[in-house]
Every structure is written in structure tokens, then in C-alpha cells.
Design a protein around this ligand. Structure first.
Ligand code: HAM
Length: 415
């Protein structure tokens, strides 16, 4: 038998309505916020992620699905959505569209990570990217989209925000951080040692206990924000208050991707194990320029659909019932089954969900199957009914029965 690749999952027919429900909510909220869907390819040139997401990140360094195609190009399955959308923004000249340009996407993403609960090698993201506005209300609006998504699914997750400043504040901060870390560097893990010169702030994200302990008393970026970044961060918080969104400032939120500037945020739950971040994002004012476009401020986030689903399941949030067929048309013999098929054609044209027998089951077995499908009605056509041009309709919730002429079937079930 050929097995599914490690770290991937099938969504089976009995489960897919849960995905549709979450995706439906994401689309609904996107509409309310006037976000328009953008679809970009599942694979891009590897260079996009190297330059966009950043050479010092785990995602680019260790986790990308990269291969040479038959034309000897280096191709990568996208590990996240932001870089592809940014590439499309530049390539399609979207900077000349009226700003802000507000987009969303629902995508598969690929990272070669060690699989565990909430961590897969192929996973799915609902993401939002807004271009062209540097104002703090835009950051707050993007966070509000995320907050609405989580609330609309009946979930609770804690919002942590931070500002990692601009290149200017970060330069000063990195120096201070390096000074603090240097005496203990030899006690830190190999990853942190290699991050020390390239991207010291990422050290704060390390989960190794020794590193975590050393990091505990490290200076925070907030102490090093320049006046403009500080004002921006305070204004974002003011807008979050206006929106009635609870948050906590957490100076350890530094994010794992290189493109962020100023506001960063994560929604975290303690109820799905160690992979508790259900959603993460932030501002990335330098990315478009970094990959060859015109200087364009931007802000966005992505939520992991598997983690949202896991959180819903772990906290017992009810999914709306999957819609069952309105009616099951049961036929006793071939002639009756043919009539049932004919009526089903008419009902389906009228948009009425219905089901017929395809397995040559007995009437009793058809009833049993209709019950499993949770059909609202079972319409039985036997020899007598066929002769009289009627079907015997049983309401499955109260067991009442009625005789309904064939020609009235559509009118009867569209009530
Ligand atoms: P990220 O934090 O790398 O950010 O991923 C966002 C979300 O994707 C995570 O919070 C998590 O829910 C989900 N996720 C990430 N990796 C996995 C995995 N291996 N298995 C399951 N779920 C996963 C980004 O991807 C940025 N592009 C977000 C963004 C958009 N920032 C600005 N715009």
C-alpha cells in the first residue's frame, strides 16, 4: 500500500464541512472588511523566499521544499503567502491601483518541519495583506480582522503585540542585545550562536531552556524604539482600544520571518499544545522594496487553518450541522426507482437536495440508509404508488405520513 507522506493530512468527506465552515467565515469577514481575494502560484522561484522571507530564518534555511524543475530552475513550494503576494503586487503594477490595496488568500503552504499536533509539512493559511498605508489604524484594522475571525468561530486566544521598530531602532537594539548576550554566548545553542551576528533578535524566540533562561533578562526592543516608532506603537494600541480588542504587550514576540518592521502580533492559545500560535502577523514596510518594487508600506497576518480547527475541536466548539438531504426518494423495484430518479432530476433542478438509491437496496435498507443520511423526508414509491401517481412521504422528525402526487413533488419539498 502507498501511504500518505509524513506531515500531510487527508480531509475526508465526513470532515470537509468543518473546513468549509472555517473558510466560509474567513471569506465572510473578508467581505465585511472589503478585502479582495488574490490567488498566486503554489510554487515560486526559490530566490523570492531567500530575498523576501530572509536567509537567516529557519523557514528558508531548513524548511523549504526546494527542487530543480526539468528546465533546471530552482523552484520552491511556498512556505507562506506573503512573499508571493508581494511578488504579484510588483509584477502586476498594483502599486498604481488606488491605495490601500486590501487582499486575502486561502492557501496550502509547505514547510519541512518535525510533524506534531498543529504542525504539519503541508498546512493551510488564511492570510490578509494590506498595501500602501503606513498609518497605525491600518495595523489595528488588520488585527481586527484576525480578532473577528477568531471570535466568529467561537474561539478564545490571547492577543500579544509588540513593536520591533524600524531599521534605525533595531540597529541600536541589536548592539545592546549583543552586548548583553556576549558573556553567555558559549552556553547558548548552536542556532543562537549563528544568529548572534546575523540576526540577534531572533535569539529571543529560541525555545531551548538554557537560551530561554539567558534571554529572560535581556533588554527589550521597546526600550530602544525611536520617537516615530514609539508614537506608531502607542497609536496602534489606541486604535485597538477603540475597536474594543483586548491585548497584552509582549516584548518577546519577535516573529520568525525577516521582513517585519514596527508592529508584530500573535494570537496564542494554551489549549492546543506546544504549537499554540494560531495566527501571526505584522507590518512589513521594507519587503516590497527588498524584492525590487517601489517603497510600499504593508501589513498583514496569516492564520493556520489546522490550528483553528484543532482549537475548535479541543475546546468543544460546535460546528453547525452538516446539511442533510431534504428528501430521500426510495423506489421498490426498477420501475419505481426510475420514477424516483425522474423526480430527483426535477427536485435538483429546483435546488432541493435529495438522494436516490444507487445500490439496489430493499425498501427497508433504503430507509435505514436514509436515516443514516439524516434525510428530512423519505418518499416511498412502491407498485401501488406508481400505479396511482403518488409517493408516500414520511416526515422523519415526527413520523407523520402523507400521500403526495408526483407532479406536486417540487412544490411540496420547496415549502
Ligand atoms: P507564520 O507565523 O510563519 O507567519 O505562520 C502563520 C500561521 O501559520 C501560524 O501562526 C500557524 O498557525 C500556521 N503555521 C505555520 N507553520 C505551520 C505548520 N508547520 N503547520 C501548521 N500550521 C502552521 C507567516 O506565515 C506570515 N506570512 C504571516 C504574515 C502575513 N505576516 C504578514 N502577512
Amino acid at each position: 500500500m502507498i501511504h500518505i507522506p509524513k506531515g500531510t493530512k487527508d480531509v475526508l468527506p465526513a470532515e470537509s464541512y468543518k473546513w468549509q465552515y472555517i473558510e466560509g467565515k474567513a471569506r465572510q469577514i473578508s467581505k465585511i472588511y472589503n478585502l479582495k481575494e488574490i490567488r498566486t502560484p503554489t510554487f515560486e522561484h526559490t530566490e523570492l523566499f531567500q530575498r523576501g522571507v530572509g536567509e537567516t530564518t529557519d523557514v528558508v534555511n531548513k524548511e523549504m521544499y526546494t527542487f530543480r524543475d526539468k528546465g533546471d530552475r530552482s523552484i520552491t513550494l511556498k512556505p507562506e503567502g506573503t512573499a508571493g503576494v508581494a511578488r504579484s503586487f510588483i509584477e502586476n503594477g498594483l502599486s498604481s491601483a488606488p491605495m490601500p490595496l486590501k487582499t486575502f488568500y486561502i492557501i496550502p503552504a509547505f514547510r519541512y518541519e518535525r510533524p506534531q499536533a498543529g504542525r504539519l509539512r503541508e498546512f493551510h493559511q488564511f492570510g490578509v495583506e494590506v498595501y500602501g498605508s503606513a498609518t497605525p489604524d491600518t495595523d489595528a484594522e488588520v488585527i481586527a480582522v484576525a480578532n473577528d475571525l477568531i471570535a466568529s468561530l467561537g474561539l478564545k486566544a490571547k492577543l500579544y503585540i509588540n513593536s520591533i521598530g524600524c531599521a534605525c531602532c533595531r540597529k541600536k537594539y541589536n548592539q545592546a542585545l549583543q552586548e548583553y548576550l556576549r558573556p553567555n554566548l558559549d552556553k547558548m545553542c548552536a542556532d543562537c550562536q549563528s544568529r548572534f551576528d546575523k540576526n540577534p533578535m531572533r535569539i529571543l524566540d529560541c525555545k531551548v531552556p538554557e537560551c530561554k533562561q539567558i534571554n529572560q533578562n535581556a533588554p527589550t526592543i521597546i526600550e530602544y524604539l525611536c520617537e516615530d516608532c514609539q508614537a506608531h506603537f502607542l497609536a496602534v494600541q489606541n486604535y485597538l482600544k477603540i475597536a474594543g480588542i483586548d491585548y497584552a504587550v509582549n516584548p518577546n514576540i519577535v516573529r520568525g520571518l525577516d521582513y517585519y518592521t514596527r508592529t508584530v502580533f500573535e494570537f496564542v492559545s494554551e489549549q492546543i499544545g506546544s504549537q499554540g500560535t494560531v495566527l501571526g502577523g505584522g507590518r512589513y514596510d521594507g519587503l516590497i522594496e527588498q524584492i525590487g518594487g517601489p517603497s510600499t508600506p504593508a501589513v498583514g497576518f496569516a492564520a493556520g487553518l489546522e490550528r483553528l480547527l484543532l482549537l475548535m475541536e479541543n475546546t468543544g466548539v460546535a460546528f453547525p450541522e452538516e446539511p442533510a438531504p431534504t428528501v430521500y426518494l426510495a423506489g421498490m423495484d426498477d420501475a419505481c426507482r426510475q420514477k424516483a430518479f425522474e423526480i430527483a432530476v426535477a427536485l435538483r433542478k429546483a435546488g432541493i437536495p435529495c438522494e436516490v438509491d444507487h445500490m439496489n437496496r430493499s425498501i427497508k435498507a433504503q430507509f435505514k440508509y436514509a436515516d443514516k443520511l439524516q434525510a428530512g423526508y423519505v418518499a416511498v414509491i412502491g407498485g401501488n404508488e406508481l400505479a396511482q401517481g403518488v409517493m408516500n412521504v414520511k416526515n422523519m422528525s415526527d413520523s407523520t405520513q402523507e400521500s403526495v402526487p408526483f407532479e406536486q413533488a417540487t412544490a411540496y419539498f420547496s415549502r
